[in-house]
Design a protein around this ligand. Structure first.
Ligand code: NAD
Length: 353
């Protein structure tokens, strides 16, 4: 059998290696770094190829492909969303992704992205809150205490200086799990019996629930002036979290409007309802929070550029570490046009053995 050449071996980050990399760097530091990496890529937004993600829906879930390129590198993520999975002991969201070199088309990284998605989603939430939430925000409500929740809370602490997190989930076991995981991590953790209780005194409200329906996690009367809402869980057609009246009085900030209009909270609004693109706020070409009394909403759905930034960041962090293995993933014949000959030589070697 021929030995694959170096460029045919693709670094692969398994779940185990991703956990070791994150623990080596530190969870909060990793999310701080990811927020900076994502922000840097949002600043050069026009350089990217952009398209709404390609979604394949079923009655109970969705499988999506999320591609983008900056002309130098190309990335995509495979991700699913199946809210009923947890009832069978499976996760709602799982993912993996690939980064490739545009010049050759060869992949340069393949990685688990279930953990990386939680990290990048939390980093994106915190980055948005840094630009939109009231400066004095120290208390956040975390509604939906599933897989994403601890990451969301810790990113808000690391990036925005949140000191207290108020938890609520319709399933008290999820809140108990979340409170236990956050204990001793520098946040005051308050477990609440209702969503109303959770948002008491919170300047940032994050909704991160999973249900494939038009849910109403927050109604208009629950939301006071000046708060920042980070709506993470409404990310599919027919899957939203906020009452429409909240949207009608909020300043709405989005990632990529053609995708968010299909998937985000704003699918409940007219197709021409004004929204602001977050990258423009970061670049200073659009206004962020208008005044202290405004309700701001980051209608998060998750966009391909965030995954591209995350994959590039992981690729950079891997250098000089052993937190990956090399996969023999790209066929690499000595003569690039003699792919069949490579198979013939393997056949001869196998029959000689
Ligand atoms: P999960 O299934 O692990 O957790 C969801 C939690 O929401 C569960 O604990 C459930 O009990 C709770 N919940 C459901 N309905 C509720 C309600 N009415 N009130 C309070 N709690 C309720 O899912 P997860 O991995 O944490 O993901 C949460 C959501 O975030 C999903 O909808 C997922 O699609 C979405 N998501 C969005 C992005 C993004 O970039 N915007 C990224 C990842 C996940």
């Amino acid at each position: 059998m021929s030995t694959p050449s170096r460029h045919a071996l693709v670094p692969f980050v398994s779940v185990d290696h991703m956990m070791r990399l994150v623990l080596h760097i530190g969870v909060e530091q990793m999310m701080l770094d990811l927020a900076l990496a994502i922000e840097a890529d949002f600043r050069r937004w026009p350089e990217f190829d952009k398209t709404p993600r390609v979604a394949s829906h079923s009655d109970i879930g969705v499988i999506e492909l999320m591609p983008t390129s900056d002309g130098q590198q190309y990335g995509f993520k495979y991700v699913n969303g199946h809210p009923s999975n947890t009832r069978q002991g499976l996760q709602t969201v799982t993912a993996f992704g690939v980064l490739a070199d545009v010049a050759t088309g060869y992949p340069v990284l393949i990685s688990e992205m279930t953990i990386l998605t939680a990290l990048r989603t939390a980093a994106t939430s915190a980055m948005a809150a840094k630009w939109l939430a009231p400066r004095y925000a120290r208390v956040m409500a975390m509604i939906g205490n599933g897989a994403q929740a601890e990451f969301q809370a810790l990113a808000m602490k690391a990036v925005c200086g949140i000191e207290e997190v108020r938890l609520y989930d319709i399933d008290p076991a999820a809140t108990r799990k979340c409170a236990a995981n956050l204990a001793g991590r520098g946040l005051r953790v308050v477990s609440c019996a209702t969503a109303e209780d959770a948002i008491l005194g919170a300047q940032i409200i994050t909704t991160c629930t999973a249900d494939k329906q038009y849910a109403t996690i927050l109604t208009d009367n629950m939301v006071g002036g000046g708060v920042h809402i980070n709506a993470v869980g409404g990310d599919c057609p027919g899957k939203t979290e906020l009452h429409r009246d909240i949207l009608l009085r909020a300043g709405i900030f989005v990632e990529y409007p053609p995708q968010t209009r299909i998937e985000g909270e704003i699918q409940q609004l007219a197709p021409d309802h004004p929204v602001t693109e977050l990258w423009q706020v970061i670049c200073g070409t659009a206004k962020g929070r208008r005044d202290a009394g405004q309700v701001t909403l980051f209608d998060s759905v998750g966009f391909a550029i965030e995954d591209f930034s995350a994959l590039r960041h992981v690729h950079k962090c891997l250098q000089g570490t052993g937190f990956y293995q090399e996969l023999d993933m790209i066929a690499d014949p000595d003569d690039p046009r003699d792919l069949f000959g490579m198979l013939c030589r393997a056949e001869a070697a196998a029959s000689a053995a």
